[in-house]
Design a protein. Structure first.
Length: 295
């Protein structure tokens, strides 16, 4: 595999990366192919369902920059992050993207490029837990202590907050507060994929700091999020839930259940099912861009 990644082409426009970023691992092999998609940073086309191979990287279009070029270290306490423009002045829309389990911290950079808009600024956050081969995680999945998923809105009597979710939530909340203080956005949007989607929804429901919209891409509602969801004191964000009918990682019924539970609690939620697996196909990117720019 080469050292250059393809830029994302959207509506005939090549969206090149900003030069303000952090230095991340340059290893070529992902721990798992969970976040490989048509907009994944590691390459172009997604592998077929069930495949474990990483896609070959196509050459970068003429005049475009690669994912790995021209980066300077940056940290938005307490996480490493990549900030992409084009907006420099205060205001506008702040979009924070959270990647899935086992992906590199820069995995969603091409998605941020595809969503590029003059009124938006994007922060691609890297999870704090390091995995093999340069992968990152918001919490571990292979140690027999996974956070529970909520299939309804009833909180179990014996429920105790999961320490890993609490820690990941606090880290993203601190990053949001720092970014909001720095850029003074008019609207704040969280976008998450897979494990990052579960965390994005959880953070948005907490309401501290306020998140106006949250996109849950191939994710689910956590039991840890139910306390905030059931609270009448917190204003709820507008939610987009997108999920593939053939998702073999996070089942399709998780997206259906999340939508149903949120709606029952009065949340303004849009359900966007699509044909496909655990990925972010072009149809989702198009719908996501409209969602990010709404309001």
């Amino acid at each position: 595999m080469g050292s250059a990644d393809a830029s994302v082409t959207l509506a005939g426009m090549v969206v090149a990366p900003d030069t303000r970023a952090l230095k991340l691992s340059r290893r070529d092999v992902l721990l798992v192919p969970l976040a490989v998609s048509p907009v994944a940073c590691r390459g172009g086309e997604a592998p077929s369902s069930g495949s474990t191979r990483s896609p070959q990287r196509p050459s970068s279009p003429s005049g475009s920059a690669s994912c790995d070029s021209g980066r300077a270290a940056e940290s938005i306490a307490p996480l490493d992050a990549i900030t992409l423009g084009p907006r420099d002045e205060p205001g506008g829309i702040l979009v924070v993207l959270l990647h899935g389990w086992g992906a590199r911290g820069d995995d969603l950079v091409p998605l941020a490029r595809a969503l590029a808009h003059p009124d938006a600024r994007f922060v691609v956050a890297a999870a704090p837990l390091e995995r093999e081969n340069g992968g990152r995680a918001w919490w571990h999945l292979d140690r027999g202590d996974r956070p529970a998923q909520a299939w309804g809105d009833e909180l179990p009597i014996d429920h105790r907050p999961h320490p890993a979710v609490v820690a990941a939530r606090a880290a993203v909340q601190r990053l949001l507060r720092t970014a909001i203080e720095r850029h003074a956005p008019e609207h704040t949007v969280l976008v998450g994929f897979s494990q990052g989607a579960m965390l994005a929804l959880d953070v948005a429901l907490q309401g501290s700091p306020a998140v106006h919209r949250v996109a849950v891409l191939s994710g689910a509602l956590l039991t840890d999020s139910l306390i905030a969801l059931r609270s009448a004191e917190r204003p709820h964000p507008t939610v987009l839930v997108a999920h593939g009918r053939k998702d073999a990682i996070v089942p399709f019924r998780a997206g259906e259940s999340t939508t149903r539970v949120l709606s029952a609690r009065g949340v303004d939620v849009t359900w966007f099912p699509f044909e496909g697996g655990h990925a972010i196909p072009p149809r989702v990117v198009e719908r996501l861009k409209r969602f990010v720019l709404e309001g």
